[in-house]
Design a protein around this ligand. Structure first.
Ligand code: C2E
Ligand code: MG
Ligand code: MG
Ligand code: MG
Length: 284
């Protein structure tokens, strides 16, 4: 069985076939067809200038609209997509779709927005990355600074020398780089200093219980100070409460993202939310 599966030379059955493995197999079969069946969609979460706006852009977050299982979040299928290499064509679709949407927003007057796209380790290390980024930008006639590529701190640190080369090529194109889930990896400060990144994104874990955890507050302060020293913008993700918003702003965080300002939503929903904010309903 495992042999039949190994179309890409991968085998994910390390143990005996159990129900979980059968589910995984079914998921893999479905995942292989998901692109051609157009089952993927992007949600967008607004990112705001601290303390409370305006919106400066969005982060594109992948969803899979499965025929029977409904909307599947990325954490439930991305690991499989990465193991099988399917992440490469899926990731290209994400880049193209996010750039197409950024083009629409631009044409609607959001000329200073950017869209952030997440890259997994496999995508980041893939030789076709630069071409896919260039193609997506050209296809939608988008200036590169409207695109932010998010790589996690651990992806960035995996192979420092190779990472630096890729990041320099991307930054050389004019695309912006954000270091996602910052604080969870093992950055050397010397290395961080050399990275051509423009943003640090503080991991949600530190924001979570900010209110009653002095250590998290101290870590956040340190990250913000670090960002200032290295001339990097600092974004907080996972901002849910007014208290967190106030605290992060006071510490000097540049931008904020989280359920407090909007959950990830379709571009259409985001458009509706924007309209509501522009034209408050008349109260009698
Ligand atoms: P991430 O890039 O760190 O994205 C932030 C995650 O936190 C998103 O989960 C978002 O929905 C969630 N989030 C945002 N604000 C809040 C909040 O206030 N409270 C809470 N509890 N959660 C919040 P999501 O959409 O499930 O994505 C999970 C991860 O999957 C992402 O983490 C990213 O690493 C990965 N991912 C998502 N889309 C893509 C993609 O297109 N390509 C790749 N390679 N990875 C993706
Ligand atoms: Mg991200
Ligand atoms: Mg993150
Ligand atoms: Mg994450």
């Amino acid at each position: 069985h495992a042999k039949d599966l190994g179309r890409n030379g991968f085998c994910f059955f390390e143990h005996s076939m159990n129900t979980n493995a059968q589910e995984q197999l079914q998921l893999l079969q479905d995942l292989r067809r998901a692109l051609e069946r157009k089952e993927f969609l992007l949600y967008y979460q607004p990112k705001l200038h601290a303390p409370d706006g305006p919106i400066i852009g969005t982060e594109a977050l992948l969803r899979w609209q499965h025929q029977t299982r409904g909307l599947i979040p990325p954490n439930e299928f991305l690991p499989l997509a990465e193991k099988t290499g399917l992440i490469i064509p899926i990731g290209q679709w994400v880049l193209d779709e996010a750039c197409a949407q950024m083009r629409r927003w631009y044409d609607d007057g959001h000329t200073d927005w950017s869209v952030a796209v997440n890259l997994s380790t496999v995508q980041f290390n893939h030789s076709g990355l630069l071409d896919s980024v260039r193609n997506a930008l050209e296809k939608h006639a988008l200036e590169p600074h409207h695109l932010i590529l998010e790589i996690t701190e651990s992806t960035a640190m995996r192979d420092a020398d190779a990472t630096l080369v890729t990041l320099e090529q991307l930054a050389g194109m004019g695309v912006h780089i954000s270091i996602d889930d910052f604080g969870t990896g093992y950055s050397s400060l010397l290395y961080l200093k050399r990275l051509p990144a423009s943003e640090l994104k503080i991991d949600r874990g530190f924001i979570n219980d900010l209110a009653d955890n002095n250590e998290d507050a101290a870590i956040i302060s340190a990250i913000i100070a670090l960002g200032r020293t290295l001339n990097l913008k600092v974004v907080a993700e996972g901002v849910e409460t007014a208290e967190q918003q106030e605290f992060l702003t006071r510490l000097g965080c540049n931008s904020l993202q989280g359920f407090r300002f909007g959950r990830p939503m379709s571009a259409r929903q985001l458009g509706e939310q924007l309209l509501q904010e522009e034209q408050p309903t008349v109260s009698s």
